[in-house]
Each structure stands twice: as C-alpha cells, then as structure tokens.
Design a protein around this ligand. Structure first.
Ligand SMILES: NC(=O)c1ccc[n+]([C@@H]2O[C@H](COP(=O)([O-])OP(=O)(O)OC[C@H]3O[C@@H](n4cnc5c(N)ncnc54)[C@H](OP(=O)(O)O)[C@@H]3O)[C@@H](O)[C@H]2O)c1
Length: 176
C-alpha cells in the first residue's frame, strides 16, 4: 500500500528565516503562493495558532482545505466554521483522527517554527521554497536539521530568485 503523504511545507530565506514579527516575510512570490495553493487544496493543513491568526482574516480558514489549528487552550478561540478545528493534539495519529473523508488524502504541516519542530519527525515528505536574499527575519529555522532526515531530493522549480525542492524517503519511517 502506498503511504499517505504527510508533508511539511515551508519557505525560507538564505539565513533560514521564515517569519518577520509574526508575519510572513514579504517574499512577493506569486508563483510560490500558487504552488502552495495547488499543493494543499482539497487536503488537510495543520498549523499553530500563531500562524493561523497571522493569516489575513479574509483568508482564514484557508479555503477548500480542512484547517487543524494547534493550541494549548482551544477555549481561547472561537470560530463558527466547519472547516477549522482547534486542538491540543501534538501527534500525527491524534491530529489526523476523524478528519472529514474528502480532506484526508494528504496532510500538510504548514508552520510555524514551533509546529515544524514538533511534527518534523512525524512527516514523510518536505517541500521547501528557498528564496534568495536576507529578509531580516525574527523567526528562523535550522533547515538542514530537517532536510538531512531525507535521502532523496528533487528540484521541482528553479528560477533566478527562488527554487522549490521536494524531499522524500525519510531516514526514519513515519509512524502514520
Ligand atoms: N515561511 C513559512 O513557510 C512560514 C510558514 C508558517 C508560518 N510562518 C511564520 O512563522 C511565524 C510563527 O511561528 P511560531 O513558531 O511563532 O508560531 P506557530 O508555530 O505558528 O504557533 C505557535 C502556537 O502553537 C501552539 N503550540 C505550540 N506548541 C504546542 C504544544 N506542544 N501543544 C499545544 N499547542 C502548542 C501555541 O498556541 P497557543 O498560544 O494558542 O496555546 C503556540 O503559541 C510567523 O511569523 C509566521 O508568519 C512562516
């Protein structure tokens, strides 16, 4: 049986920066946004509460995706929308329990830093957009720590200002 894709998706600058003062850096990369949307649409996206509330109000929950938001206190948040679930779960089996049928084919962990750190070793795939330049980020990742867990890397897109790489074949098999 083919293993379900459980993937981390992230974009970094040359310093490992992923966020600036609680927001995404101003990548101005429409192609990458389009790539993210195509990749994740009709699937489940998992994120931390900080990332969820950093999305512009009109864009949350992310449309045509089932949104799972990790928090230590779901009672702090209240949203009437059947496409978002707040949870204290921290493991992939708990996080993916009872997902709506239509959205459970693939699972995408979409940040931020705390959630990548928590779930990296429970993923079996990773998509990284490497943006050229230094965006003076306040949130950074040691990206090599994550990519070194994979045996295979495939360059999906290579442009002057960015490239997108897919990592597969995790050294430690995913539990999911
Ligand atoms: N470049 C990219 O690809 C990318 C992607 C996503 C996000 N980002 C950026 O990353 C930054 C946010 O990252 P972040 O690390 O500050 O926040 P985050 O990972 O998005 O969310 C942190 C929150 O998750 C919850 N959480 C963390 N650990 C938990 C645990 N063990 N159990 C239950 N809940 C837990 C807590 O929510 P409560 O406080 O509600 O308890 C915590 O405040 C932003 O700047 C965002 O724009 C970048």
């Amino acid at each position: 049986m083919t293993e379900r894709e459980i993937a981390m998706v992230l974009a970094v600058d040359e310093t490992g920066g992923i966020g600036c003062n609680g927001k995404l850096p101003k990548w101005n990369n429409r192609d990458d946004l389009e790539f993210f949307k195509t990749l994740t649409t009709y699937h489940t996206v998992i994120m931390g509460a900080t990332t969820y509330y950093s999305l512009p109000e009109k864009n949350r929950p992310l449309t045509m995706r089932y949104n799972v938001v990790i928090t230590r206190d779901p009672s702090k948040y209240f949203e009437i929308n059947s496409f978002v679930r707040f949870t204290t779960a921290t493991t992939m089996p708990e996080l993916t329990k009872s997902l709506p049928y239509f959205y459970k084919k693939k699972i995408f962990v979409i940040g931020g830093a705390q959630i990548y750190d928590m779930l990296a070793d429970q993923c079996n795939t990773m998509y990284v957009t490497y943006n050229k330049g230094d965006y003076n980020c306040t949130t950074k990742l040691d990206i090599k720590k994550y990519t070194s867990n994979y045996l295979k890397e495939t360059v999906l897109v290579e442009k002057a200002t960015y490239k997108i790489v897919k990592y597969t074949e995790p050294k430690n098999a995913s539990p999911a």
